[in-house]
Structures are given as C-alpha cells and as structure tokens.
Design a protein around this ligand. Structure first.
Ligand code: PLP
Length: 362
C-alpha cells in the first residue's frame, strides 16, 4: 500500500519515536509531582515549551498542551463564548472549516451563539469585504483555518488578522494543516492551534497558542496542570511535539512541493483532470483532483492499492458530496470524482511514478 493520506495523519519520525520511548518506560513519573522524579520531568516539559515558543516566536507561557486540534478548537470557541457572555455572542467562521469548528459552532448555536458562516469563491477563498461587513457590535471572535484540510488552499491570514485587529475582535487560526509549511506571523493572531500527528509527532498531543490565556474560560476543569487546561500532562507526546517543531525548521518543503507539482503536471498529460485551487496558493502537501474520465466507483477500484482520501464522505451509508467542494461551487458529480492526495517528506518520486503508471495503462 502506498501512503498518500498525510493530511489525515503522518508517520512518526524515527528520531522522535526513539526519543519518546523512555518517557513511557523509564521516566514515567507525573511531571506535576513534587518529588525529584516529577521535578526532573518538569524540566523536560519546559524544554518542549522552549522549542515550540522558539518555533512560533512567542513566549513559553503562551503555549498550552492539549490532546489535539479538536480539543484546542473546542477550548477556544466554547471558552470565548462563555467568557464573553456580557460582551457579545457573535462568532464569524467559514463554510469550509474543519468539522471540529463547524460542529462546535452548531452546538454553540443551540445555547445562544450567533454564527456567521462566510462563503468561499470557486478558488476556496473568503471575500474579505464580506468578512468586514459581517462584523457587528456583538462580534467576539473570527475563526479561520490557515490551509484547508481537503484542498490545501491557503487563506490570507495576515489581512484577515489586520481586519480583526482594526475592529478589536479576537482572531483564532486553525493551523493544523499549515504549521511549519508556510510562515506565520502571530502579530494579529490571538489564538492558534495545531496537532502533533500531522507533523510526524505522536497522536493525542496538540499545541494551543493563546496571546492572552486569561481571556479563555477553560474547557476542562481539574488540577490546573496547564494555565487553561487540566489533566495529567502527556510527557511522551509533549517531548514528541517539541522535537517535531524543531525538525519543521529544517524540513525542505520546496522539495515536497516540487513532488506535488510533478504529480499534477504528469497527471494532466495522462488523463482529464481538474486540480482544485490550482490558481491560488496551496500548501505543499495537498492536492485535490477531480478525475473526469472515471466514475467514482471505478476510480476507487483503480486506486485500491493507495491510501488516499475521497472528497465525498460516507454518512449512514449514503455517500455525501464534500461540503468543502460544494462550497466552492463544484457539482456533486465533480465532488464524487475527486480525491485528495496528500504527501509528506517521506513520499518518494518512485511512489508518485507508481501512481502515474495506473493512468498511463489503457
Ligand atoms: N483542523 C484541521 C484543519 C484538521 O485537518 C484536523 C484534522 O484532520 C483537525 C482540525 C482536528 O485535528 P485532530 O484530529 O488532531 O484533533
């Protein structure tokens, strides 16, 4: 099986795996314990925070460890809603956000939140004028993902941040797919999240950046191990995500992008395709392609030896077109014939060539 599903999750780096094993077997004490073993592990946690704050260019006390982006997203959306009850109840987000955002917003609507879901154009981009026009007196937060998990399309986070700043509205960026792949300037960003398992660290660990943590009402109450999050710290995960951030600094994303462009260019000569978001900025690792010449079932059968993701989702045995592609004005037919190919630093040209050879055979 050839693995082209790196937007779903990535293989852990060997270096990281080797480094974290002792934190399961030898250094297993609780980093919040006050004995010597706990104190030693506190230093390990601090080192990871240092690596992450150096990577993000922020302060260590602006980093909170969570279980992943779903938890971070829930923390910010619910935390802001509950802490701003006096100030306002309006949140602005986008129709193409991850389900972790959309479903949390749907839940918040049931308890009194007002949510604006911005449209995207055929290139997957929001209209900055629509964003600015949506801001009202009761708006407390704007939540926009940096790069889309289905298409890789990058939103203009800098300009969105400036608009939010101008109207003194907090801005939350879901950077789960983009982190390390494109530079990010935190100047106009109040909250940002990403997950370890998308960057070759283990599953079950995430980072939440908060410019001012005191603005957030915590989601998890308990022992206050973290400033806005309770629960025993996940030492192996924390060591892993710190290392992953350091490794991101030296990852050659240009090489990964070249591989993706090679795949797209060659594929175009072999079969009739449409690359979603082809004319706008996309991250190096995701390519979402509609294969006009193949019906959905046929395409899946043809690609059964590849771990790839379909744009359409199976929901109670009914196949639904992708809501992301639908928002970009693509037809159900185009959505059903689309797949996401997502590569990583471990993807080789040979693997891409095997994929291409499927389409060169008549
Ligand atoms: N946001 C985006 C853009 C994602 O791609 C994902 C995962 O696919 C999430 C949030 C949720 O992350 P996790 O599954 O690590 O909680």
């Amino acid at each position: 099986m050839i693995y082209f599903d790196n937007a779903a999750t990535t293989k852990i780096d060997d270096e990281i795996l080797e480094a974290i094993i002792p934190y399961f077997s030898i250094h297993y004490a609780n980093p919040s314990s006050n004995h010597l073993l706990g104190k030693e592990l506190k230093k390990v946690i601090k080192k990871s925070k240092h690596q992450i704050s150096n990577f993000l260019q922020c302060n260590e006390n602006q980093i909170t460890f969570t279980s992943g982006s779903t938890e971070s997203i829930n923390t910010i959306l619910k935390g802001m809603f509950f802490s701003c009850l006096e100030k306002g109840n309006h949140i602005i987000t986008v129709k193409t956000e991850h389900k972790a955002v959309l479903e949390t917003c749907k839940y918040l609507e049931t308890i009194g939140a007002e949510i604006t879901y911005l449209d995207v154009d055929e290139n997957g981009l929001i209209d900055l004028i629509q964003l600015e026009n949506s801001i009202k007196k009761n708006t407390i937060l704007t939540c926009v993902m940096h790069a889309n998990n289905e298409t890789g399309i990058i939103q203009d986070i800098d300009t969105i941040g400036k608009i939010c700043k101008k109207h003194t509205i907090d801005f939350f960026v879901d950077a789960t797919q983009s982190i390390g792949k494109i530079p990010i300037n935190l100047e106009n960003i109040d909250f940002l999240c990403f997950s370890g398992h998308k960057i070759h660290a283990p599953k079950g660990i995430g980072v939440l950046y908060t410019k001012e943590y005191s603005k957030i009402s915590p989601l998890l109450h308990g022992g206050n191990q973290e400033l806005i999050r309770s629960g025993t710290l996940n030492t192996p995960g924390i060591v892993g995500i710190g290392m992953a951030c350091e490794l991101l600094l030296s990852t050659e994303f240009k090489e990964i992008n070249d591989l993706k462009l090679y795949l797209e260019k060659e594929l175009q000569t072999l079969t009739n395709i449409l690359i979603h978001g082809k004319n706008v900025e996309r991250i190096s690792t995701i390519s979402n392609i509609c294969f006009y010449d193949f019906e959905e079932g046929l395409l899946i059968e043809k690609l059964k030896d590849f771990a790839i993701s379909q744009a359409s989702a199976c929901n109670s045995s009914v196949i639904q077109p992708s809501y992301v592609l639908k928002a970009m004005n693509l037809t159900n037919e185009q959505s059903f014939r689309s797949i996401r190919i997502s590569v990583s630093k471990f993807t080789t040209q040979k693997e891409i060539d095997v994929f291409l050879s499927i389409f060169s055979k008549k």
